[in-house]
Design a protein around this ligand. Structure first.
Ligand code: UGA
Length: 452
């Protein structure tokens, strides 16, 4: 099958490489000439395990090419995947300006029957609007079909997720177009969900919103655990064995971040209000997520005697999650900002996301450490902000001696509390009330009652 993929962000670039690996002939298109030049040189604009090798392999065997020549790419292809960004606008709704302009350009370049597939996460009704735009701009007599085929891959695991998909959702109006997309994914051994355009669009938002709800739910449980003296890690384990609940996405922590959940939850909430419906549960999900980071800062301040002003704090992890250099809407970055805002001097380290973080945080009040052990030197507390696996393997026994005070605030419940305590650390996880401390013991519950 001849395919063109418009947009070389996470979804587009990974999608192009994966389609080529499936055996199709793929052209990746982007209007950013610098990005295309970089990719052509074999350098990836994003950090994604396995991507560079997959791109190189398929470019070499002639299955994959990259270009800025939009018109040629569309003309040569039978199927056009739209994978452009849909960021939030100021009101929280999805900004669809890239989608609209790409739709117009596709229409102008179309010279024969094409299937136009929207992969970008777009609100319900967008595919129909794209269809109207193409109809209004395409040359007479040229036919096309729209398909909504949302993407479910996770950053950091996108190659694995692409070859091990849980399902492929294909929304369309004609069976002919749906069957063409099924052929493209024929190598995958998973259910194919066929539906209408509007349901496919909704599936993507509903799935992300549900996962975000799981995270906020467990974070609320964590808050209660801290007060009641229970351990949220054990609680989640005990809940997760129930197949109806499932183990995934029950990790309490600092809340969800990244380029998808915050944007998509907000956009779905906007869709509900646009339909004159108040999705109350989602409002709660967003509120809880915001509160999680301020709760963390309050805990740090409380334990350090009421303030972090003038104190040096070490932070491990800046990316919005492990295995990526992406810091968009990263809660870790927010926590560093909040600590700095409270007057702390902050030392930071991330295995991959140092450069992208510098652009977000700047240099003032932040010391960027080249090696992880530098973060430990002379700090009054260490905060773990991102769930990088390698943080578990650090030499806390040795590096802890470099700290002024051996206090760890583990915002991702990455470390084992008992082992840390054995090493002489005071350990504070999220929702780990049964591990030697609880909010009650810090006086916080008394404070709260006092303020009521
Ligand atoms: C998410 C979805 O998982 C993908 O299925 C979807 O395709 C993607 O959004 C998208 O819409 O493009 P991603 O944003 O890459 O993927 O990251 P996740 O692994 O889902 O993590 C999102 C955030 O939730 C991270 O900040 C992570 O730290 C947090 N999280 C995740 C938790 O706090 N607890 C958990 O148990 C799981």
């Amino acid at each position: 099958m001849k395919i063109c993929v418009i947009g070389t962000g996470y979804v587009g670039l990974v999608g192009a490489a994966v389609f080529a690996e499936f055996g199709h002939n793929v052209i990746g298109v982007d209007n950013n000439a610098k990005k295309i030049e970089l990719i052509k040189k074999g350098k990836m604009p994003i950090y994604e395990p396995g991507l560079e090798e997959l791109v190189a392999k398929n470019v070499k065997n002639g299955k994959l090419e990259f270009t800025t020549d939009f018109d040629r790419a569309v003309k040569k292809s039978e199927v056009i995947f739209v994978c452009v960004g849909t960021p939030s606008n100021q009101s929280g709704a999805a900004d669809l300006s890239y989608v609209w302009s790409v739709a117009k350009s596709i229409a102008k370049s179309m010279n024969s029957y094409k299937v136009v597939v929207i992969k970008s996460t777009v609100p319900v009704g967008t595919n129909e609007e794209v269809e109207r735009i193409i109809l209004a701009n395409v040359a007479k007599g040229i036919k096309f079909d729209m398909v909504s085929c949302p993407e479910f891959l996770r950053e950091g695991y996108s190659i694995y997720d692409s070859f091990n998909a849980d399902r492929v959702v294909i929304g369309g109006k004609t069976q002919k177009a749906i069957d063409i997309i099924k052929k493209i994914y024929a190598k995958l051994d998973c259910p194919f969900i066929e539906c209408d355009l509007r349901s496919a669009e909704m599936i993507k938002y509903a799935a992300n919103a549900f996962l975000a709800t799981k995270i906020s739910f467990i974070n609320e449980i964590a808050q209660i655990c801290e007060r009641a003296g229970s351990d949220v890690v054990k609680v989640a384990e005990g809940m997760g064995y129930d197949k109806r609940i499932g183990k995934a996405f029950l990790k309490a922590g600092l809340g969800y971040g990244g380029s998808c959940f915050p944007k998509d939850v907000e956009a779905l909430y906007r869709t509900s209000t646009d339909q004159a419906y108040d999705f109350r549960l989602l409002r709660g999900v967003m509120d809880v997520n915001e509160a999680q980071r301020t709760n963390f800062i309050s805990k740090v301040k409380r334990v350090l005697g009421g303030s972090v002003g003038g104190k040096t704090i070490g932070c491990l992890g800046l990316a919005f999650k492990e295995n990526t250099d992406d810091v968009r809407k990263s809660v870790s970055i927010d926590v560093v900002r909040l600590l700095r805002g409270e007057g702390a001097k902050v030392k930071v380290f991330d295995p991959i996301a140092m450069e992208s973080s510098k652009k977000e945080l700047g240099e003032v009040g932040i010391q960027y450490c080249r090696e992880p052990q530098e973060v430990f030197e002379g700090v009054e507390a260490l905060c773990i902000l991102t769930e990088w696996e390698e943080f578990k393997a650090y030499d806390y026994a040795k590096w802890g001696k470099l700290m002024t005070k051996k206090i760890v605030f583990d915002g991702r419940n990455l470390l084992d509390p008992k082992s840390m305590e054995k090493l002489g650390f005071k350990y504070y996880g999220v929702g780990r009330g049964s591990n030697g401390w609880s909010l009650a013991s810090t006086g916080a519950i008394f404070d709260q009652k006092h303020h009521q």
